[in-house]
Every structure is written in structure tokens, then in C-alpha cells.
Design a protein around this ligand. Sequence first.
Ligand code: GRF
Length: 293
Amino acid sequence: MFKKLQDKWKVNGLNLLLILFTFAIGGSLCGYAGRKILIWTNLEKNLLWFILYIILITILWPVCVLLVSYPFGQFAFFKRYLQRIWNRMKGKKNQTNNRVPLIRIAIFASGAGSNAEKIIGHFNSSNSVKVALIISNRPKAGVLQIARNNNIETDVITSQQLQDSDTFIASLKAHKIDFLILAGFLLKIPPALVQAYPKKIINIHPALLPAYGGKGMYGMHVHEAVIASGDKQSGISIHYVDELYDHGEIIFQATCDILPKDNPQSLAEKVHQLEHAHYPAIIEAVVKKQNPG
Ligand code: GRF
């Protein structure tokens, strides 16, 4: 159970202990303060007393845990924690009012998943967009661990399963997936899937398309080709996916300079930084434009 909490809150053992202490002491403090306040009112201990007590401790609890969290060095955690509860309450209200439909996205990735991680972090406290599924074709891909750390459902598929489009599309629809986000996914998206999700599949490419795109242009191959060409700039391209590799309409590009001292590795790092800085925000803009709340 403790391990589960550590994974869920992404904290080490010592911090988990301090957080649990904060909950316990903050909770007791809040109960104590609530009773003290009611003693001042001289009310009899009847039903009204209990209702007032519950209302009081609901209001006092966040204040008490925040106060106690400070000396324990857990203020940042509790600030985030309370913010999440608040967002969830707002989210529930919004969903009940049917004002903001939840947009569900699936991330497709074959590798480490640093982009996927940024996207998950970006939408973590969103009321309108949810990363609902992570799909990989590699059982050992780092992205699957990232999904587990964030309690996101995963699906490991074979190339065959992806090609079997009817079944695959049916499973995406069963998960109510609205958008497919490719973040380092190495299998080609079959035409039937492109047609089932028109302008709803987005990819990121680590160069300035239409240059350095197409079959075989992925990972370090791209950066090696760019450095070998002597270009003075590279960058990222975020684009819709169509039936051809790296070919769909470009949504956004950002550039970085290539210095004489750069090599494929250093260029890859620069490009990764650009990806992390822009991909989540561009995804948000695209999905919200197509599904305005
Ligand atoms: C990124 O460079 C992306 O442009 C390309 O694949 C890479 C994935 O990196 N399509 P990561 O797994 O997100 O770190």
C-alpha cells in the first residue's frame, strides 16, 4: 500500500512519511479547532451541533494541513494536492452541467516517452482533456512505465494488430478516444485509421519538414542527416498524419540554430527541448479548437 502511494504521489519514502504525519496531525488539529469553536458558541450537542461541526472541519481541514505541512517541508505537495481536489470538484460540476465535454486522447509511443511524459504532466490537472490510453508496440518501452506511474491504461500492440484496422478502431472507440497523439511511434499508421480519425491524428517530427522526413527518417538518423548537410538550422514539425510518412498538413514549426560545434547528439538535445516546450501546448490548442468547450 505504501509503495502504491509512493508511486501515485511520486515521492520517496521519507516524504511519504512526512505527508502521512501531516495528514494525521493536520486532521487532529482541525478536529480540535472545530470543537473549540463550537464550545464558544455554547450550542447543545444535538443534530445541529454535528452538522455545524462537519461544515466547520470541512472548511478548516485544508487550512490545518497547509499549516502543518509547512514545518514538515511538504507545503508544495499539499498545495498541489488541494489544487487537484479543487479542480476535480470544479470538473465534476462542469461535467454535470455538460458545459465542458471531456476530450480523451491516446498517446502512441515506441521509446523512452519523454514527450509523452510532458503531455501527461500538461493535462494532469485539466478538466477538459484527459490522457486516457498509452499505446506502444514495444513491451519494454520506457513510456509504459511512465503510464503506470501515472495510472494510465496501457495497450501493447503488434504491427499485425495495428493493421487489423477494424478491430483496432473498435477498441479505440470502446475507450472513447477522440485524438491520437504520436510521440515517437515507429509503426506506420494504416490508411483505415487515418480515415477513421481525420485531422485527429497528430505527430511530431524532429526536423523541419518537408526536409528530412519519410521512411527511415527517425531518431538519430534525422539529426545525423541534418548535421551532414551543413544546415544552419533545424527544429520541430508538428503535423496532422495522413497516409504517407511525415507528409500531412503542418500545424506548427519551431527552429533552433545549429552551431559549428554541434553534433547529432547535441542537436538531438536541442530538438528535444523544443519538443517538450511546444508539443503539449499545440496539442491542447488543436484539440480544443476542434472540440470547443
Ligand atoms: C522525438 O524526437 C520525436 O520527435 C520523434 O521521436 C522522438 C521521441 O522521443 N517522433 P521521446 O521518446 O518522446 O523521448
